[in-house]
Design a protein around this ligand. Structure first.
Ligand SMILES: Nc1ncnc2c1ncn2[C@@H]1O[C@H](COP(=O)(O)OP(=O)(O)OP(=O)(O)O)[C@@H](O)[C@H]1O
Ligand SMILES: [Mg+2]
Length: 433
């Protein structure tokens, strides 16, 4: 029996055992692919971190001889660049990390800056342990591939090198070469078991050290709030312009046509009543079209369905209308916490509507899931699909609009959509009630 305020639309059918195994295999392979994608991107930032670490160490050594002092600003810029690259990489797999304030310019300012100290700690860990983790993790699937294709090239190897890593014999003929192939399964199992753990270990220092320190970086927070306030005002202006354009190009034009047609009918009524009747019919059509356009514009401002059916009901309508089978879980616990502000509910509605439209248009997914959960004074919205992934917030206006709407509430937006899928959008909004 679901809890009050908990709606489930289109529940998944009971899983057949083979379907369950297939789903579990898909989940494990996706998790492994996502982890390898993270570690591959991580290799890039670890190499950058290594080069930066060497540069910073040289500048630090140079400082002992004074000459290095002139290079301190460049070293600090390079440190920030490497840290920002890692922030951007981490934001692809989780919430966005807000960048810190300006880079300190001198040695004394840098020594007193807690952000620089945290970035330096991250640099050392990422350039050493992080690099090692990427190399080891990416070697595992490469070894699996090498063992699979070993029979194709063993005879080209010098006899003393024809011993693959896990194989306890030296390959001298075809049977011993073919016997190498099953060892690829061991590499594959190691990849599946270790890649997600290694990806997490590699990201952990970044997640801990690169976000701004909440105690000391209040100025960054103020700057961020100022930026989101400006974004909210921008979004407001864009919205007004959109409404103005819709009214101008739609309803207003139709009403102009109505007045012209009614004028023509008045002139014709005495001389040709049949023509006047025909023209009046066209005027009526135009008036009905104007009404329909007005209804569409009104719905796009604040969907009346929200007032009629509440958030659960209107989301159930969206889920039911989605061409991809969509599971909906809404847990608002409205009885204990009161309803969210109308603007938050409207934003949730628009976010889910856009995400489901994207799923239908771009994902190729077989299943989608929407979960809306209230946690104290926050509303968490999660839209997930098992499609092909690769969603890009910079490619259109829909995802950027979701981000802007969330930021306008000082909320959080996270998009995870590695190539191959799955895609998850998470939006967190303060309830404002
Ligand atoms: N669920 C998804 N699965 C796969 N790809 C997606 C998904 N959502 C978005 N995308 C990709 O990300 C791009 C950006 O999406 P976005 O919603 O911002 O723009 P759009 O849907 O192309 O246009 P519009 O501005 O009309 O929304 C899309 O063009 C699509 O390629
Ligand atoms: Mg879209």
């Amino acid at each position: 029996m679901p809890a009050p305020g908990h709606v489930t639309a289109d529940p998944a059918p009971p899983a057949a055992p083979t379907g369950g195994i297939r789903r579990a295999t898909r989940r494990v392979s996706r998790r492994t692919l996502v982890a390898l994608d993270q570690l591959g991107a991580g290799l890039g930032t670890t190499l950058l971190a290594l080069v930066t670490l060497v540069g910073v160490a040289l500048v630090a050594a140079g400082c002992l001889l004074w000459v290095g002092r002139f290079l301190v600003p460049a070293a600090l810029q390079a440190l920030r660049l490497a840290a920002d690259r890692e922030r951007a990489r981490l934001a692809r797999y989780g919430p966005e990390i807000v960048g810190p304030g300006p880079v300190p310019t001198g040695l004394r300012a840098a020594a007193a800056d807690p952000t620089t100290r945290r970035e330096l700690l991250w640099l050392v860990s990422h350039a050493t342990v992080g690099l090692l983790l990427s190399i080891i993790a990416l070697t595992l699937p490469l070894s699996a591939v090498t063992d699979v294709v070993f029979p194709l090239f063993w005879y080209l190897l010098p006899p003393e090198d024809a011993t693959p890593t896990l194989v306890p014999w030296t390959v001298r003929d075809w049977p011993t070469a073919l016997a190498v192939v099953p060892f690829s399964l061991v590499w594959l199992a190691l990849t599946v078991a270790l890649a997600p753990v290694m990806a997490r270990l590699q990201s952990r220092p970044g997640w801990r050290l690169l976000p701004p320190d909440p105690e000391t970086d209040l100025s960054v927070r103020v700057a961020q709030l100022t930026a989101t306030r400006a974004a909210a005002l921008d979004a407001h202006a864009v919205e007004l312009r959109r409404i103005e354009r819709s009214l101008h190009d739609g309803a207003q034009n139709r009403l102009v046509a109505v007045t012209v047609l009614v004028g023509a009918a008045r002139r014709a009524v005495a001389r040709d009543p049949a023509l006047a009747d025909d023209v009046l019919g066209r005027a009526q059509d135009a008036a009905e079209q104007a009404l329909a356009e007005l209804r569409t514009v009104v719905r796009s401002i604040l969907p009346p369905v929200l007032a009629d059916r509440g958030l659960e009901g209107s989301l159930a309508g969206l889920a039911a209308a989605c061409p991809v089978p969509c599971r909906l879980d809404v847990d608002l616990r409205a009885d204990t916490a009161g309803r969210c502000a109308a603007s938050v509910e409207a934003t949730t509605y628009f976010v889910v509507a856009e995400a489901l439209t994207n799923i239908a248009k771009h994902s190729g997914a077989r299943h989608a899931a929407v979960a809306v959960t209230r946690r104290d004074d926050r509303l968490l919205v999660r839209i997930h699909d098992d499609g092909g992934g690769g969603a890009d917030g910079a490619a259109g206006s829909g995802l950027a609009g979701i981000r802007r709407r969330a930021e306008a509430f000082d909320g959080r937006f996270a998009l995870t959509s590695p190539p191959g899928g799955p895609t998850t959008i998470e939006v967190e909004l303060p309830c404002g009630s």
